[in-house]
Design a protein around this ligand. Sequence first.
Ligand code: UDP
Length: 244
Amino acid sequence: MERKTKKVLGYDVDLISFKDAVEKVLSNINAGIGMQIVTINPEMIELANNNDDYANVLKNAELVIPDGSGIKLALKLKGIVQEQIPGVDFSKELIKHCADKKIPVAFVGAKEEVVNKTCSNIKKEFQELNICYFRNGYFSNEEEEKIISELASTKPGLILVALGAPKQEYFITECRKYVKNAAFIGVGGSFDVWAGNVERAPEIYRKMGCEWLYRTIKQPERIKRIYKTLPMFLIKAIMDSKNN
Ligand code: UDP
């Protein structure tokens, strides 16, 4: 399937439905084709604009799905209606298919009790799932080497990495050098959601594309992050709307 993308502030975003994106990942896993999935949001674009290494990670990812409503809006300004694909829902759907198809899955990231609870909750939901590896996201450089070699030997088809951006993308880039056949996805705070520590926004917020607003009300410490990036992103997106 040929990739259809559109640039948002210079970064390719895939124009793809939720269902087709899931199919693409599963077909790559089945074929043993390694890939990185980025769930892009305005903060990541801002980070990439200030850091060439991070920009290269975004540019080299095989699948870039629009996680945030900011990206959906930037595409709309270019006349494109693209379904928003929240990373937390997308990765859950991938896990479900991996359970059905007996594809081993690894979980790396979050605090020890969070990753433990995530795995036990996910296992309750998908009893068939083979969790071939899991560990918390607080490790040194020396430990990172060990984690990568453990991941290489347990051979997961799907590796979920919850270290937050940009850490998770850098970890994935390093890991891909040694674990070549897996699909990697950076999932940010998803383990906190699956562990039951952070609530998803009610349906009404999600439908209106305002999940970010709900998260900010619940976690006011996020205001600083949003305030720093969102207004500028919107101005840049309006200026970028005439570019292809
Ligand atoms: N985290 C981690 N190791 C670190 C820093 C962060 O495992 O060195 C985890 C943190 O515990 C949390 C996730 O990364 O579970 C980041 O969540 P955040 O809500 O910041 O991510 P977002 O969804 O906003 O990208």
